[in-house]
Write a protein that binds this ligand. Sequence first.
Ligand SMILES: Cc1ncc(COP(=O)(O)O)c(C=O)c1O
Length: 408
Amino acid sequence: MCKCGKAHSQKPGSCQLNCIRHLCDLKISMKIGTKFIHAGVEPDPYTGAIMTPIYQTSTYVQEAPAKHKGYEYARSQNPTRTALEAAFAAIENAKHGLAFSSGVAATDAVIKLLQPGDEVIAGSDMYGGTYRMFTRIYSKFNIRFHYVNMQDANNIKEYINSNTKLIWTETPTNPLMNITDIAAVAAIAKQNKIMLCVDNTFASPYLQNPLDLGADLVMHSVTKYVGGHSDVIQGCLMMNDDQLREQLYFIQKSTGAVPGPMDCFLVLRGIKTLHVRMQRHCENGKKIAHHLRDHDKVARVYWCGFEDHPNYQIAKKQMRDFGGMMSFTLKNDSVAEAKRVLSSTKLFALAESLGGVESLINHPATMTHASIPQEERIKNGLTDSLIRLSVGIEDVDDLIEDLNQAIG
Ligand SMILES: Cc1ncc(COP(=O)(O)O)c(C=O)c1O
């Protein structure tokens, strides 16, 4: 979609919309690095500014009632957001993108597609905030959630019934780095006419494109790799189906969880370096995962790039590389020792979140996943002593030295 609010002609050179470039045509052939830099962005039609301006406005002047330039009120449309939504679509090979004020707001919009009595099959290992929304907000509206280990796609079959309307999966999962076979789950979903939504936050659109594998919807916490600089909270949804886009756009404007134009600008800028950042996240992640695995005080490392990871072959098939997220446990498997390590790193900052250029260390049991009851967490393998790393793009030797001095 162009800034003028209309679709380009798909025939090179034939577009009558007075746009400076015809990126819709280019989208078909652009390689990933080119696409991330140019995706969705047109020079500003008024000035030619190469960077999309921050349209810091709440409303738009109309020439006569209902006679306007496609923008009425900024909850419904904003030109900075329009450019970002086109970029979101392009980076996930989708027809449509929608931007939300946070990742959970994007998830919330998906659940609002459902009716009381509907059922959802969700992964048993996922971001604690998603679990909290499902169990504490939507269960009381009579939506039923089944939490299933999706490492084997067939596990979902026994939970499917005529009320099942949505399958929700995260892959790789937060924080145990389990892998779901997206194509296999998509095939089961299609057979049973169930919508499949993939939370692609951990992989980022650089590593994995779920719509290409048969998913109906992709969700990102843009706060993480897509934004990439730990300076924005945002979420997004990408989809191909026009009707689904209209339903979600209606929810977006009716319930109002839209991002501001400044945040949209920051994410547009972040996307331009996503491929370069991800390449370094992957390189550093690989070195650190192997270093930790060889460390005599480390018991287990959870990273989907190890050849003996239970779903390594699936990860290899559906991802371009394995990313910079991992978790580990210590041989001295006590919560006190884990907390000592968590408080001892100097470069790895102890903080929630992930996917930024700087490395973070996190204690899922008390931080990102504290909202999951302990019994439920431990049943799914998330122990109280698990440590999660978001490996940044610093010099990897410095990161290894920092982990060594912290582990001792
Ligand atoms: C995998 C995953 N999905 C969704 C979210 C929620 O996103 P946000 O914090 O942007 O609302 C997070 C946040 O940590 C996450 O890690």
